[in-house]
Design a protein around this ligand. Structure first.
Ligand code: AMP
Length: 549
């Protein structure tokens, strides 16, 4: 007789972010959220007060005729108001679309229009940016400006409303609605692939599962004794999920506002607030270590930092542990993964010496619960997990996107996934017998500087728009501070007299300065495949020779 699975007899409650909010508010009403404003002032509030204001904001959203499914954009730093927006927008059924203000204006305009954002919350700092792009984002119905009373009293933006003016009179009574757990909650664009930025649309279900995955003891393991400082911006993959996991675990949050790479401020915050856990890209920890070394200051409360976004250099992890007693947990993740993929808890390996652990830490770690990994070669054949043979890394799991917004998200995206539904990460990696992942290269054609993407295509197209350039290829060169910086390899038209400085100047005003190539090298011919594609791996292999020219 054919048997069929027996259905469990359990209630079927949807996984909603609302429940993280309600749990945090009910269980730890007095837990604190400390934010730093642009001028460096500290603002202190509690979970109770934050979620009271979040209910007021939900009423405001309803009054503004914001409906379930509407995309509500933010251009904002890490602070308590951004937390209120995260929760009010998602928990009332709309979608919180966080935008990276460091992108070029054209990309920000593209992203706002592509997402179909109907309202935009912006920190006062971004008013000049909005003034510039205003004529090209006509779908946005209104702007709400985040700042203190003095800062928002006169706003030179037509129709813009100060946040506090809106929420002050609103009622703080609001019943959070219930809807299917597959409802979209937030949206984040990634430039990690070539072409236009792509929108990853998270759901309530994926966000709650990602929060649970993050908070288990084997993973990030936050608790109510922790003081958590996300130095990863809230416009990057929901600040790696910390605004959710800290509330679920009852941990105090310390939000550094716009002062992300300021080692002095970070040290002061760690000491003042007794921060125990912090999150950020290696460039941040480098800035902190530089400040500590130049000042003799300490970070004694800081037990561990989580670092990801790009490979963490050994010397940062070594200095943090040896000199300051702070453990580094190396993470690998992607916007498409919400972002947690792997983490490296080498410190827990009692079988290894200090140096062996340090070597191991340089790998990106083992998969988090809810993430599976496999390697394939260029022909789609499996690659052994022997720590030696590299392959293209594929993943599947609970909080991984199945497509990009507006690109067939209703069915798995075939260019993004293999036929079994595993996501192609675009990373090249080895996996050893113990399951440790090591990223060895990147198949996707991009450069990552200080955790931010620079499109090589964009650099190349701009170079080739120069009348004296015949062809150009942009590749990453390793950099001690930023991880990677762009190098442009160019071929001149008819061997003209164009030089490095003039080609670098060509980028002025066309892209933000931090995206400009640090070096330009001219060669006679670029290497090509039979189909005419530039062989970048060959250029990367010749990096030293190129740079010595
Ligand atoms: P993003 O979507 O901006 O978070 O970028 C994801 C990509 O960043 C990955 O596919 C990797 O190429 C890179 N990445 C993230 N974490 C690491 C890491 N720890 N080591 C090396 N590369 C990383």
């Amino acid at each position: 007789m054919a048997s069929s699975p027996l259905t469990g007899i359990m209630t079927d409650r949807p996984l909603l972010i609302r429940d993280i909010l309600l749990h945090g508010e009910r269980t730890w009403p007095e837990q604190e959220i400390v934010s730093v404003s642009g001028s460096g002032q500290r603002h202190r509030t509690t979970f109770q007060e934050t979620f009271r204001r979040t209910r007021k904001l939900a009423n405001v959203l309803a009054d503004l005729a914001i409906r379930p499914g509407d995309r509500i954009a933010t251009l904002a730093w890490n602070d308590y108001r951004h937390i209120e927006i995260y929760y009010a927008v998602a928990c009332s059924g709309s979608v919180c679309h966080t935008i990276n203000p460091r992108l070029p204006e054209e990309q920000i305009t593209y992203i706002i229009n592509h997402a179909g954002d109907s309202w935009l919350f912006a920190s006062v700092d971004f008013i000049p940016l909005l003034e510039k792009i205003l004529p090209n984002i006509s779908g946005v119905r209104g702007f709400i400006i985040l700042g203190n009373d003095g800062e928002t009293s006169t706003i030179p933006l037509p129709g813009a409303i100060p946040y506090e003016t809106l929420i002050n009179p609103a009622s703080d009574e609001y019943e959070w609605p219930e809807f299917p757990e597959t409802t979209a909650s937030s949206l984040c664009y990634t430039s990690g692939t070539t072409g236009h930025p792509k929108g990853v649309l998270y759901s309530h279900r994926s966000t709650v599962l990602h929060t649970l995955m993050s908070n288990i003891a084997a993973t990030i393991n936050l608790n109510e004794q922790d003081v958590v400082m996300p130095v990863v911006p809230m416009f990057h993959v929901n600040a790696w999920g910390i605004p959710y996991s800290a509330v679920m675990a009852g941990a105090k949050m310390v939000l550094p506002g716009p002062h992300m790479a300021n080692g002095q401020l970070l040290q002061a915050l760690i000491e003042e607030e007794q921060v125990t856990v912090a999150f950020g890209v290696p460039t941040i920890w480098l800035a902190l270590v530089h400040y500590l070394e130049s000042s003799d200051k300490r970070i004694d409360s800081l037990n561990r930092v989580y670092t990801g976004g790009t490979a963490c250099p050994r010397h940062i992890m070594d200095t943090l542990l040896r000199v300051y007693g702070t453990d580094t947990v190396h993470l690998w993740g992607m916007t498409e993964l919400s972002p947690l993929g792997t983490l490296n808890q080498a410190e827990k390996r009692t079988d290894l010496s200090y140096d062996e652990k340090m070597d191991l830490r340089c790998k990106q770690g083992r998969s988090a619960f809810g993430v599976e990994m496999k390697l394939k070669d260029n022909h789609g054949n499996p690659v052994a997990h022997n720590g030696k043979d590299p392959g293209i890394l594929f993943v599947r799991g609970y909080a991984i996107c199945s497509g990009y917004l507006g690109e067939g998200e209703e069915s798995p995206n075939t260019s993004l996934h293999d036929s079994d539904g595993w996501l192609n990460t675009g990373d090249i990696a080895t996996i050893d017998e113990d399951g440790y992942l090591q990223i060895t290269d990147r198949a996707k054609d991009v450069i990552k500087s200080g955790g931010e993407w620079i499109s090589s295509i964009e650099l190349e197209n701009l170079a080739m728009a120069h009348p004296n350039v015949a062809e150009a290829a942009a590749i990453a060169m390793p950099d001690g501070t930023w991880g990677e910086r762009p190098l442009l390899v160019a071929v001149k038209k008819d061997n003209n007299s164009l030089d490095e400085q003039r080609l670098q100047e060509w980028y002025q005003g066309k892209l933000p300065e931090w995206m400009h190539p640090d070096r330009v090298v001219f060669i006679n011919e670029l290497p090509h495949t039979a189909t005419g594609k530039v062989i970048k791996s060959q250029l990367r292999g010749q990096l030293e020779t190129l740079l010595s020219q």
